[in-house]
Design a protein around this ligand. Sequence first.
Ligand code: 5RP
Length: 219
Amino acid sequence: MSSDQQKQRAAEAAVEYVADGCVLGVGTGSTVNHFIAALVRRRVPIAGAVSSSEASARLLREARINVVELNSSGDLDLYIDGADEATRHLKLIKGGGAALTREKIVAAASRRFICIADQSKLVDVLGRFPLPVEVIPMARSYVARQLVKLGGQPVLREGVITDNGNQILDVHNLSILDPAATEAAINQIVGVVCNGIFARRGADLLLLGTDTGVEVLKP
Ligand code: 5RP
């Protein structure tokens, strides 16, 4: 079974957790695209969705789902999103789709965060996937030098501007043995908007699509 089919499995399983009439937090990426498609196919009657990206907001509107601003929704019961890497403790790396800042905001504002992913995303230690860091453009070089001091090798994601008008540095070769500490250390660098480690607010449940079904992991 392909990783895309595994993503679809996890996405289908996530639909079961969505309550009728809720305003749902919706993330970004190919796994979430499967999730939006499944929501529509199964006609789940949600009141609306808060989206973590313009890309997902477009898809939701195309599906005639009411897209709501987080500023008017209040806290959400549930946020569904994918990940680039996940540990068994449900600490994540996200941001492969450059939506990490809005994803972190919607996750923070949600009582429950269910992560959906294919099996390849499960790792023992975070950091094989280059860590996305969103930076204010004028601070890019300064931030890059500080990231080198932390042991990483930052590479500018060419041609990408985030929904917030910023740039992304992908940091290679960071050894993230203490995800919460690394998340905090990078956030301390002036000019960093957000980094893609989701440790302080990790997921509450991980639905992992596998060849044989969906594995449900709790922290
Ligand atoms: C976007 C993200 C995505 O959740 C992450 O990149 C996983 O994407 P996909 O579902 O396409 O594998 O963090 O910023």
